[in-house]
Design a protein around this ligand. Structure first.
Ligand SMILES: [Zn+2]
Ligand SMILES: [Zn+2]
Length: 255
């Protein structure tokens, strides 16, 4: 059964128990990395994901907590002996920032020493846009309402048609609820408890989104430092009326 493993669950300002929010969708033979923070290679190993399984990386937006791990991830893949292509997907702005970050490390020179090929693929800013299909998964994205251009991501297992959706960073937004419709699990940001700040969602609003989308389970991620899990769960449960889990680093969810 496919799984989502939460590699991190923290907001941009996090604490010692949470790395920044990113996740991996793990199938039988392949895995898709969504966002890339902190120490991806170490966290993937701990999650039982082999580096060769990852051919696709989706970057939701170019705030540092979502992309700063890309540089060391690419370097480590090469050090681990990678030869095959890696495909990185992001909005035009996200890819521009990612490439600029890589240029700061003068990565053009890495190719002189036999670096593996990296392809950049632009995500269109269309609602519920089919992005790519692999043997195991179909991926779709939709723009969210955040401080920078951002996409939410839906991953559907082709064999079972079951799906999960990740909101990335967003205010409460119709497009995300629509993308998540019919998903088994919605991984939604909950940067605050009840009072949402600009560009982000509260736990209470994440519950409302889960209800609108009609998902079976809501998992809260992108959590602030020292967040009181019981309060976050209670606020989301009250507005959702369904099952709520407060995400923890390395938690796994089958779908
Ligand atoms: Zn963030
Ligand atoms: Zn952000």
């Amino acid at each position: 059964m496919p799984q989502v493993v939460l590699l991190g669950t923290g907001a941009a300002l996090s604490d010692a128990t949470r790395e920044h929010t990113y996740l991996v969708v793990k199938g039988r033979h392949e895995a898709i990395l969504i966002d890339c923070a902190g120490s991806p290679v170490q966290r993937l190993e701990k999650s039982g994901v082999a580096l060769e399984q990852i051919d696709h990386v989706i970057l939701t937006h170019h705030h540092p907590d979502h992309i700063y791990g890309v540089s060391v991830f690419l370097l480590d893949l090469w050090l681990a002996g990678r030869k095959k292509v890696l495909r990185i997907f992001g909005l035009a702005e996200t890819l521009r920032a990612t490439r600029a970050m890589m240029r700061a490390f003068e990565w053009e020179r890495w190719f002189e020493v036999g670096f593996f090929p990296v392809e950049f693929h632009c995500i269109p800013k269309r609602q519920r846009s089919a992005l790519f299909t692999t043997p195991e998964f179909s991926i779709a994205t939709t723009p969210t309402k955040h401080l920078l251009p951002t996409v939410a991501v839906r991953v559907q297992a082709r064999a079972t048609r079951r799906a999960v959706t990740y909101s990335s960073d967003t205010e409460m937004c119709d497009a995300v609820a629509q993308l998540a419709r019919g998903s088994d699990i919605l991984f939604h940001e909950a940067t605050t408890l009840r009072q949402a700040t600009g560009g982000h969602t509260s736990a209470q609003q994440a519950g409302m989104q889960a209800k609108r989308a009609g998902v079976k389970k809501l998992v809260l991620v992108h959590l602030p430092p020292h967040c009181d899990a019981q309060k976050w769960r209670a606020a989301a449960e009250k507005s959702f009326g369904g099952r709520v889990v407060v995400g923890k680093d390395f938690a796994r969810f089958e779908f």
